[in-house]
Ligand binder design. Structure first.
Ligand SMILES: *[C@@H]1O[C@H](CO)[C@@H](O)[C@H](O)[C@H]1NC(C)=O
Ligand SMILES: *[C@@H]1O[C@H](CO)[C@@H](O)[C@H](O)[C@H]1NC(C)=O
Length: 443
């Protein structure tokens, strides 16, 4: 039954893609053969990446958090062995950060993702590509050595940078599948221009870079692979825009002040983990699912773990539709309106986060409420499964749960190993954001 339902879903998805995707923020001015093929492949990848039992994935992550923090003695032993004061505090970081030779073992990172994006390998199977040129002037035939040249090659690549760099993207950066953008050790800032677009791709890792002050791109002819370019309409001005894509892992990225969202994931994008990031100074932080009528967004499965939602944030951390969202051990120190919101019955499992409510300015604004439901009366949203477990609530913060407190849980209590309680969150997120790694030292 389930598999029939899914293949039916796939057919529907392909059908609706060809109808909708030129309209809905796709920015492809002409749906040519190349983009049709890329869209069809992406639809298949979404089908394959979708996890029929998302609770298994959340449990998998929980076990790792538990192991990373559970046994303090083994932690200390490990630190001594590593020959340096490495303080990786969560299971993703512990997978690679204490390695003195992280620079020679860069690709080890590809085995470190957890959560729904845990199968993301990025460019692990490819060569290294070192970006040596920070310019971005030719949108059709980018110069070898530039980031745009690197991300549009038709083969897996592990992309890193020759030195500290500030890159202003003249138009959205259209990344192809099987790429890692790895800023470790070089302090890379993408700023002042267009953002990063992951459209109909799979297997992309973005690691340890900073992205801020992103604006809309005007559109025009833009290269989208080694042997193709096409006309694009204006880009939205998101920091990272994920569109119809699968197996995406964004780790240790610092983001602030973008024209639209910091990270948007739409059009059935799934198998995504966003971890160890630091977000500041932005209104609408993250949008997962752009349309209440686009039911294929029920394929969305996203993990948010060990992120710090910091100063100057207002709302949407994230704002969800349709899919399954595991929000675990994040530190929410600042918001003005609300932290987690949504419409169209998304499933939201909030575990071991810390929520610090803003000071009350207008008592009617309910800004101490972590959650916000939109476009639905309580008689409808009372059935959405929104659950808070082990969250630490401060300054009067409160989470309004919904869904049946017993039967509607997507996992059985006894099977589930809890995330670390919210009191551990400052430690777990202590190194969030872009890392300042030094070669020859643990990072
Ligand atoms: C850590 O080591 C001490 C001393 O050997 C022991 O008493 C303690 O039970 C250990 N703790 C854990 C969590 O294993
Ligand atoms: C990405 O890599 C996988 C595994 O190597 C390969 O099967 C797939 O075709 C690649 N995708 C693209 C679009 O190159």
């Amino acid at each position: 039954m389930a598999s029939t339902g899914r293949s039916y879903g796939l057919i529907l998805f392909c059908f609706s893609l060809s109808l909708i995707f030129t309209g809905l923020r796709a920015h492809i001015a002409e749906l040519d053969e190349y983009w049709q093929k890329r869209a069809d492949e992406a639809a298949k990848a979404i089908e394959e990446a979708y996890h029929p039992n998302p609770e298994e994935v959340t449990d998998h992550l929980n076990i790792h958090v538990h192991n990373a923090l559970g046994d303090s003695n083994s932690t200390r032993r490990e630190l001594r062995k590593r020959d340096g004061p490495c303080q990786a505090t969560n299971p993703i970081d512990r997978c690679w950060r204490c390695d003195v030779d992280w620079e020679t073992n860069r690709k080890k990172l590809a085995d470190c993702a957890l959560g729904f994006g845990r199968r993301t390998r990025g460019g692990k199977s490819g060569e290294f590509y070192v970006v040596t040129d920070s310019s971005d002037n030719d949108m059709v035939h980018p110069k070898p050595g530039t980031l745009r040249h690197a991300v549009t090659r038709n083969r897996p690549l592990w992309i890193n940078f020759a030195r500290k760099m500030v890159i202003r993207l003249s138009q959205e950066l259209i990344v192809t599948s099987n790429k890692t953008i790895d800023g470790r050790g070089t302090n890379v800032l993408i700023t002042g221009g267009a953002g990063i677009t992951l459209q109909f791709v799979s297997n992309v890792i973005i690691h340890s870079i900073r992205i801020n002050n992103i604006v809309q791109g005007s559109g025009g002819m833009i290269v989208d692979s080694e042997d193709h370019f096409g006309l694009r309409t204006m880009s939205d001005g998101d920091g990272i825009s994920i569109f119809g894509s699968t197996n995406i892992w964004i780790d240790h990225v610092s983001m602030s002040k973008c024209y639209d969202g910091l990270i948007d994931a739409i059009m059935g994008s799934t198998a995504i983990t966003i971890s160890n990031c630091h977000f500041t100074n932005h209104n609408e932080v993250m949008l997962f699912g752009a349309s209440d009528s686009y039911s294929q967004d029920q394929m969305m499965q996203v993990t948010l773990a060990f992120n710090h939602f910091g100063k100057g944030l207002v709302q949407r951390m994230p704002r969800c539709r349709w899919g399954f969202f595991h929000i675990v051990n994040n530190d929410y120190t600042h918001w003005l309106m609300y932290a987690i919101g949504g419409s169209q019955h998304p499933t939201i499992i909030s575990q071991g986060n810390r929520f610090i409510a803003p000071p009350i300015i207008d008592p009617k604004a309910n800004s101490q409420q972590v959650t916000k439901r939109e476009y639905s009366p309580e008689s409808v949203w009372k059935n959405w499964l929104w659950r808070s477990e082990g969250d630490l609530m401060m300054n009067g913060a409160y989470f309004v749960s919904s869904g049946s407190p017993t039967a509607a849980l997507p996992f059985s209590k006894s099977d589930m190993i809890s995330a670390k309680p919210g009191t551990y969150v400052t430690r777990l997120t202590r190194f969030s954001g872009s890392l300042d790694c030094k070669i020859g030292q643990p990072c």
